[in-house]
Design a protein around this ligand. Sequence first.
Ligand code: C5P
Length: 398
Amino acid sequence: MLAGKRILLVIGGGIAAFKALELIRLIRKEGGAVTPVLTNAAKEFVTPLSASALAAEKVYTDLFDLTDEAEMGHIELSRSADLLVVAPATADLMAKMAGGHADDLASTLLMATDTPVLVAPAMNVRMWLNPANQRNVALLEGDGVHRVGPDEGDMACGEYGPGRMAEPQAILAAIVERLADGPLKGRHILVTSGPTTEPIDPVRYIANRSSGAQGTAIAQALAGLGARVTFITGPATVPPPQSVTVIKVETAQEMLDAVRATLPADAAIFAAAVADWRMATASGGKIKKDKSGKPPALELTENPDILATISKLKKGRPRLIVGFAAETDDVIKNATAKRKRKGCDWIVANDVSPETGIMGGSENAVTLIDADGADSWPRATKDQVARRLAQRIADALS
Ligand code: C5P
């Protein structure tokens, strides 16, 4: 997704610098090239050799390195990239950027560039909340600097709060969003995927056999066409896609909350196999065997229908909503009725009878149902189905 793109990665001096090494690996896996630049402080946390080995490129550290100036001046260096990424962006580095300082290689490159800049801040929670830092963040925003994170969570210093650097995968997603070209560039699409699990007690849960393979392939294909994808997944067996924002949930209620928090979106694809029921009241303690030998009665209640809830939104409804229908008989008839009942725009219907081998398998045979009728696609791999669906979504949103 980043083939032919070059990222100039400025690594600042913070404990999160080690995550920048993982980021180099992820960018290269997507086909992008990385030129690493380390600040003096960064060298205290990671070595130039590690960054160079992972990037398979020369690493730049000093402003007054005459050999480099002969090979490539700092002005040219700052402009040869498609995007400048600062990760971790320390409070000091952002203050320099906001103030227009240029007293080392990193800050000089950032001053000299006319290329878009993305910062991934990382610092102690008090430093993040400090008014001086907040002022600098606002100034940078006003200057058009893009930002990913920081996240909230436990910090290396033992405190809790906002300040943790965004995970490398989220930084990669932000990079792809800035750089990937394609018909869905500038569009935000949410995809639900995988099963949901509903607790019975602290150790047991209700689940289903969804692997998350089709939803994952769809998210990847949409990102491949340039969309900014938010991927909301239950505990799936396949790993989530690389270059998208991933939100992990367990229950249907959590999935609905995450979907609501993710809106607005141009399109929403509900590929998750959401559990229809949950325990009316999950037990706070482990349910023990009854001395009489009688098994416990599990009282169930219905889960919210995420697809129907979002499809019926009066305000903020995504322009295109796609639901799935896994059926074992009368596929087209049942799925057509489901499209009406749920209020979505399209239904992707498939036959999941055991003899088809589709559930948990690598292939799928789907029928796309929209207002005009049913269109049956030939059986293909889930990746191929995903790419065809992504293209159709791109056409519908254009
Ligand atoms: O009614 P059924 O489960 O067959 O509908 C399948 C479609 O509805 C899928 O797109 C699925 O993601 C969605 N769904 C949902 N919330 C539920 C049940 C299903 O979003 N509680």
